[in-house]
Every structure is written in C-alpha cells, then in structure tokens.
Design a protein around this ligand. Structure first.
Ligand code: E4P
Length: 217
C-alpha cells in the first residue's frame, strides 16, 4: 500500500520524504492557499522532492476551463496528476484528459456510485473522503470497502486513494481493505510512528546499556 502526504508545505514534504516512506503527494486549493509563493513553482518543487505522483487541482468548474487548467497543471512536471471534482464536467474532463494520457485524480468522492463513474471515465485515482463522511455520522470506511469490492469485480485499474484521513486507524483500515493508497496530513503520518511501548522499551534498553558501560569503565 502506498502512503501519500496531504499538504502543500514543502518543508513538511522534505521532512517526510527524508524518512524514505513517502510515495506521493496530494494537494487541494485550500492546502495550496496556505503556502506563500507561486503555486506552479511550489508544485514543481514538490515534484522534484517526491519521486511519485503529485496531485494539483483545477479550480475551474466548467469542462473547457478544467481542460485548460488540466493541461497547464500537467505541463508543470511529469509527476503531476490533474485533480478534478466529481461533477458532470469533472467526469467529462477526466475522460478527455485521460484519453490524452494525462493522469487524473477524481476528488470529492462520497459514494460508490460516484466512484464507479470515475473508473468508467478512466481516472487513474479516485479520492473518497473518509473523514468528512465520519463528520456527518456516516461510516467513511464502509465506502472504501464498497469501492474496493466494485473495482475488484470488474478489474478497474483506477487506484483507490483514501483521502481525508484523520488518524492512523483510517490508514490501517484502508490497508486491511486493500485500498491502494492513503493520503494523510503530516500529523497523521507522525502519529503512525508513535507507540508508548516503543518509547518505554528504548529508554530501558539504553539505560541497561549505560549500566554495562559504567561497569566496564
Ligand atoms: C484529498 O486529496 C484532500 O486534499 C484531503 O484529503 C481532504 O482532507 P480534509 O477533509 O481533511 O480537508
């Protein structure tokens, strides 16, 4: 299973990439709006850091505008993936851009029916938002199970990119269900490392080792 980071922060991406466990990056207009500088330059720099797919989202809502912005985004770097919303125009743009060999990530997916449309339109990735479903008292992970089942039934090549992950359980459950990718904010990747028994165990190992060194000295 691949792990992506969901951020526009170059500093955070550099830190996580240095750990050697990062497969890609997702951004959205809200995340990029938090960063200073030109968004195209920022995306280019992110692509240089990460040797994997980097999603950049269109902000146009009509088909022609999405195509134009999609071409613009794809030109930034070979790692760029064009993110389009799951609307009628978005699905149409997905079909057109995918037909040209441009990878598309269909975002803002909240139902299995929508995920089916994304696969039929040739999306390389579909992004179901689990955290935002949980927020409205709907089980986000159930949606992942449904999408994985449907894609498996028909061997759709579209990768299930679990988005809006809020905690490590979302990532673990995604892996158990066979989702292809989880994209997480830096804080969630950080939480994945933590276990109190690891911290306590390491402290004890080091203390015991110090005792041996003291006796030898
Ligand atoms: C995914 O591509 C989105 O950028 C993201 O996961 C949305 O997460 P949020 O619901 O925490 O904003």
């Amino acid at each position: 299973m691949k792990l992506f980071v969901d951020t526009g922060s170059i500093k955070d991406i550099e830190t996580i990439a240095a750990l050697g466990i990062l497969d890609g990056v997702t951004t959205n207009p809200s995340l990029l709006a938090k960063e200073s500088g030109d968004f195209r330059q920022n995306l280019k720099r992110i692509c240089e850091i990460v040797q994997g797919p980097v999603s950049g989202e269109v902000t146009a809502t009509d088909f022609a505008g999405m195509l134009q912005q999609g071409h613009d985004i794809a030109k930034i770097h070979e790692h760029m993936v064009v993110k389009v919303p799951l609307t009628r125009d978005g699905i149409r743009a997905c079909k057109a851009l995918s037909g040209e060999g441009i990878r598309v990530n269909v975002t803002l997916c909240f139902s299995a029916a929508q995920a089916l449309l994304a696969a039929k339109a040739g999306a390389s990735f579909v992004s179901p938002f689990v955290g935002r479903l949980d927020d409205i008292a709907t089980n986000g992970m159930e949606l992942i199970r449904e999408i994985v089942d449907i894609y498996d039934n028909y061997e759709f090549p579209t990768e299930v990119l679990v988005a809006s992950c809020r905690h490590p359980i979302h990532v673990v459950e995604s892996a158990r269900m066979g989702a292809d990718i989880a994209t997480c904010p830096p804080a969630v990747i950080d939480q994945m490392f933590n276990h109190p028994l690891t911290t306590i165990g390491l402290e004890k190992f080091l203390k015991d080792w110090e005792k041996v060194q003291a006796v030898k000295a």
